[in-house]
Write a protein that binds this ligand. Structure first.
Ligand SMILES: [Zn+2]
Length: 486
């Protein structure tokens, strides 16, 4: 049952002829010489699809992705796709379907996740689960992360079928549960329990594809690597007492204060992973005004703070892209301590989100954090690992990478295409563990100009995707899959 709201009645077909004409080059990629009415229908289809999917609340926890998977299965069944919903637990369903190829080429998986993070309606301009279509955008939690990509993957798959494209390899679609809580009940579950249904030599997933606007061109990113993740809890012990006699107690909150000061202010040593170095070299090549800063950064990474502070003045978006990618980070994200106003607490705990670079391991990172805390009374601290994910990488010199580059350069002549390390993690790591080549590639044109600081709306307020980007994404993805698989 979809949420009822005032926006669900808005007809997404109300685009001006002008908007439609601006999108024709991309639409043409997908529908070739089809009449304008059909092109309009495709635009409407992908927009309504996303709007409806947004209205199915899959906030994780608890997820309840089966509801979305069932809706998706019905949508695909209407086009003749046979879908399977695989549940890792009640209501935690992932959807899988496939377009068969002749077997001459490797398989390609179009991967997405159906769950989303929570959204507080009080902070939003629109109801985050309304799927509102207004001002040329589809609004709502998940439009960018990542139901918007589910929508373009489904659209591309349907168009391959409708156009009767003769595929040389299977194209699989998997829309999974549980990514936002680590993927154990989604992608990881599928690979462990029924790999034959989802495994593919090549995988396209979230995490890249967006553009960095340079001086005179756009730079599209393809994520080829991801930082690793270590979530850990530190518990500080003390001795309880009356709040009026602080000298008689040992306040665990004060001990935690030292821990926070130490870990929260930690600045890892800058290191340039191969994907980051290549990204830097490419942007310097594509935009000569960036060259002096980038050269200094590559030659003397230890001076990155001052170089990035300078770069920030002219190119804040580029500085923001680089910052989280050059060092290990440790961020306090949760804290809990104390039970009553007048009791000095004997316990306080905090959770830290640590991200490690390719080449580093999460075990080393935990040891490193413990070492940093030697001055904070290590004997009164305990450590608990909540979740770990090692960093992962795929090579950039593959036929799929090449195809993506060619399609982008056809669609936008003169654009740059660069490999990039993703600071966060995605389900790609599970597939990389199995040997797949995975790229984060959700084709999106930047809505910012050169020098403007980009607003990050994933997991944020008023998350939305422009209809233009939906059509662009569906078209680029369709063309990429078609070229790669025929
Ligand atoms: Zn995501």
């Amino acid at each position: 049952m979809l949420a009822q709201c005032e926006y669900s009645t808005i007809n997404p077909l109300q685009f001006s002829e002008e908007t439609l004409r601006a999108q024709l080059p991309f639409l043409n990629l997908m529908v070739q010489m089809l009449p304008i009415q059909t092109q309009k229908e495709i635009q409407q289809e992908v927009t309504s699809f996303l709007s409806e999917l947004i209205q199915i609340d899959t906030t994780n926890p608890p997820g309840n992705e089966t509801k979305a998977a069932t809706w998706l299965a019905e949508n695909l069944a209407a086009e003749g796709f046979r879908c399977e919903i695989i549940e890792s637990a009640p209501q935690r369903g992932s959807l899988v379907t496939r377009l068969k190829g002749s077997g001459e080429k490797p398989r390609l998986l179009l991967l997405s996740h159906l769950d989303v993070v929570a959204a507080n309606p009080a902070e939003w301009t629109v109801d985050p689960f309304s799927g509102a279509v207004k001002d040329g955008y589809v609004w709502g939690r998940g439009t960018l992360d990542m139901k918007g990509m589910t929508a373009i993957e489904v659209m591309a798959l349907k168009m391959l079928k409708r156009n009767g494209v003769k595929l040389k390899g299977d194209v699989i679609l998997a829309a999974t549960a549980d990514e936002e809580m680590g993927g154990i009940g989604g992608a990881d579950y599928l690979l462990r329990n029924c790999p034959e249904k989802v495994f593919a030599e090549y995988v396209l997933n979230e995490g890249g594809g967006s553009t960095v606007p340079l001086h005179d061109k756009n730079l599209f990113t393809i994520n080829v690597a991801e930082k690793g993740l270590l979530w850990f809890k530190v518990k500080a012990k003390g001795f309880p007492g009356h709040g009026s006699v602080p000298s008689a107690a040992d306040n665990a909150i004060m001990r935690m204060n030292k821990v926070l000061d130490c870990l929260g202010n930690y600045r890892g040593k800058p290191q340039l992973a191969p994907a980051v170095k290549q990204f830097l070299q490419e942007i310097a090549r594509e935009d000569s005004t960036l060259q002096p800063h980038i050269t200094r950064l590559i030659e003397t990474p230890e001076q990155s703070d001052s170089v990035l502070a300078e770069l920030e003045k002219t190119s804040p978006d580029i500085a923001a892209e680089i910052r989280p990618r050059i060092r290990m980070t440790i961020t306090p994200t949760m804290i809990h301590g104390g039970v009553k106003e007048n009791i000095i607490p004997s316990e306080c705990e905090a959770v830290f989100d640590c991200r490690v670079l390719p080449g580093q391991s999460t075990a080393e990172a935990l040891e490193f954090a413990k070492n940093l805390l030697k001055g904070a009374g290590l004997e009164k601290l305990t450590f608990e690992t909540i979740q770990i994910q090692e960093p992962s990488e795929s090579p950039a010199d593959t036929p799929l990478y090449q195809t993506i580059t060619e399609v982008l350069k056809d669609v936008e002549p003169g654009c740059g295409v660069v490999p990039l390390l993703m600071p966060g993690g995605t389900d790609s790591r599970f597939f990389r563990r199995m040997g797949s080549v995975c790229y984060g590639f959700h084709p999106l044109r930047s809505e910012n100009r050169y020098g403007e600081k980009a607003t990050r709306r994933e997991h944020g307020i008023d998350e939305r995707i422009s209809v233009e980007n939906l059509v662009f994404g569906a078209s680029v993805l369709y063309e990429t899959v078609k070229r790669f698989m025929t």
